[in-house]
Design a binder for this molecule. Structure first.
Ligand SMILES: [Zn+2]
Length: 301
């Protein structure tokens, strides 16, 4: 049973908007693509954990703190009187293990996720102890990209490889398990301790004037949108969307980037690139937001 859902990290949401409306530096772009891929891997792992039928509690994406140190757990499952934590790595291609170090072939050292895993395990254990909870923790790195290969993996490596994943999940699902009150309390505790605002954000600074204005296609991000009656049509992929939905989606992008700015008809008109008309925008805003003030001072919230 999913006890805490995963939502797209706010940082990634902002990066997605900036990526299409601004030119990201190559360093920022690389970071963005790395985060995006990591999130894709997490969703792929979720598609397996959400199929579990056994009595367990699944907590996705926890950000916790103990002794002024924050740490993140991609997936935590309370099962069979134990806590299992998973660090998902969506690495592609050939890697090898050598003297506790991880390399991408031919010879590029990457940070070893096992070290990160052990750090998180120890911090989680400390956190639970400070709240008087004692449950054994079993931590694993999940390598779930189908093309991932790991050469020279030690036999006792705390990792689940792509070829082992299905069997691992099947074994987990057939584990006799009964969630009791104490375990449910631990799940509640972890959810209540979850930090919603990540301190890790690496979003670059941006200015309104530098961002490309206009409605983009929901499917392919193209700016080539034509409006025909109540519909928007993408000239690139042919996707159709109601104008009202497209405008609201575009307003949402604006408020994500500029949460302190007031939404007015003029602001939205400019942000949408001058199409649809102000009258149409005003109608859409009036029926979807609460209007505050009168005439030219009206804004929406
Ligand atoms: Zn499109």
């Amino acid at each position: 049973m999913i006890y805490k859902h995963r939502t797209k990290p706010q940082e990634l949401v902002v990066f997605e908007i900036l990526n299409k409306r601004n030119e990201l530096s190559s360093k920022d772009k690389q970071y963005y693509l790395y985060q995006k891929k990591g999130y894709e891997g997490e969703l792929l792992f979720d598609s397996l954990t959400e199929k579990l039928q056994c009595d367990c509690l699944i907590l996705n994406d926890l950000l916790l703190e103990v002794n002024n140190t924050t740490f993140q757990i991609d997936t935590l499952i309370l099962i069979e009187g134990k806590i299992r934590t998973f660090e998902v790595k969506y690495y592609e291609g050939d890697y090898y293990y050598e003297a506790t170090k991880l390399y991408k072939k031919p010879k590029h050292e990457v940070s070893n996720p096992i070290i990160q895993l052990n750090r998180c395990e120890s911090l989680l254990s400390q956190l639970l102890r400070t709240h008087g909870c004692h449950l054994p923790i079993e931590a694993s790195v999940v390598f779930n990209h189908p093309t991932f290969t790991l050469y020279q993996a030690p036999l006792n490596l705390q990792a689940i490889l792509p070829t082992q994943l299905n069997n691992y999940m099947r074994a987990l699902d057939t584990t006799p398990s009964k969630i009791n009150e104490k375990q449910r309390r631990i799940a509640d505790l972890l959810v209540s301790l979850h930090i919603t605002k990540s301190p890790y954000s690496k979003v670059p600074s941006y200015r309104y004037g530098d961002l490309r204005k206009g409605i983009t296609c929901k499917m392919c991000d193209s700016f080539s949108i034509s409006i025909e009656g109540r519909n928007c049509k993408c000239e690139k992929c042919g996707h159709k969307e109601l104008v009202a939905d497209a405008v609201l989606r575009t307003v949402h992008e604006f408020t994500t980037l500029f949460p302190d700015q007031k939404i007015t008809t003029n602001v939205v008109f400019e942000w949408c690139g001058g199409n649809p008309t102000k009258r149409k925008i005003q109608r859409i805003l009036t029926s979807n937001f609460k209007s505050v003030g009168v005439r030219q001072w009206t804004y929406y919230e």
